[in-house]
Design a protein around this ligand. Structure first.
Ligand code: CA
Length: 229
């Protein structure tokens, strides 16, 4: 899942990037409001972590601006512990949640999981479609026949993206955005490679391709055939 981290304290931001990466997020970091704006113009994110105290623009103003411009990504704001008004103003400005600094990293990840889940209209930390169940915490996929498969980090991200919105067609570019941060520029056929690997688990007819448009997860397949080998 791709995340934008807007935080100006370099050392702290570096630690957050490491932690979030270990928690299977794909992270882009912006040290200023301007850098965040530039990234948002070209990239797409599932969730944004926004520090309120930025050097060039106040984080709350930035957030208000995003909401005015119909930017709907869930946003978690990082605030100073002593400034309770900041948290109230943040929520009123359109933040989905807040975390006062300092915080435990586990709490950040737990809160991010909740706001993403809420934005996808889910009650549980599991994603399911067409009899398949994908569990966030164990990175495992359970198939309709009951078999369970542990996915690699990249396979998991790709599967998560497809299964979270069955029927929605994702272009190769969108899938690359989900899999890699802006510092990496993989070749486009890397998506094809991972799609082939997932199809071996879920069956070829489950992940469909629309030529020239992209891939989608088909939840409506009735007869589950043998996986494509
Ligand atoms: Ca700051």
């Amino acid at each position: 899942m791709r995340i934008l981290l807007v935080e100006d304290e370099q050392v702290f931001a570096g630690k957050l990037v490491d932690w979030l990466t270990r928690a299977d997020y794909v992270v882009d970091h912006a040290a200023t409001g301007g850098a965040a704006e530039a990234l948002l113009k070209s990239e797409s994110y599932r969730v944004i972590v926004l520090d309120i105290g930025l050097p060039d623009i106040d984080g709350l103003s930035l957030l208000r601006q995003w909401r005015r411009n119909h930017r709907l990504e869930p946003v978690l704001i990082l605030t100073a512990r002593s400034k309770w008004m900041e948290r109230v103003e943040g929520l009123r400005a359109g933040a989905d949640d807040y975390l006062p600094k300092p915080f435990h990293f586990e709490e950040l990840v737990a809160r991010l999981d909740v706001i993403v889940r809420r934005s996808e209209g889910r009650l549980s930390s599991r994603l399911s479609a067409g009899g398949f169940v994908l569990a966030d915490e164990s990175r495992s996929l359970t198939c309709p026949d009951g078999s369970e498969h542990t996915l690699t980090a990249t396979e998991f991200r790709l599967m998560r993206c497809l299964i979270s919105r069955p029927g929605r067609v994702f272009s190769t570019g969108e899938l690359i955005d989900e899999l890699y941060n802006i510092d990496r520029s993989p070749t486009r056929n890397v998506v094809q490679v991972y799609i082939t690997r997932l199809r071996k688990i879920v069956g070829k007819e489950r992940i469909r391709v629309l030529r020239g448009q992209g891939y989608y997860f088909d939840r409506s397949v009735q007869n589950v055939r043998e996986p494509d080998r």
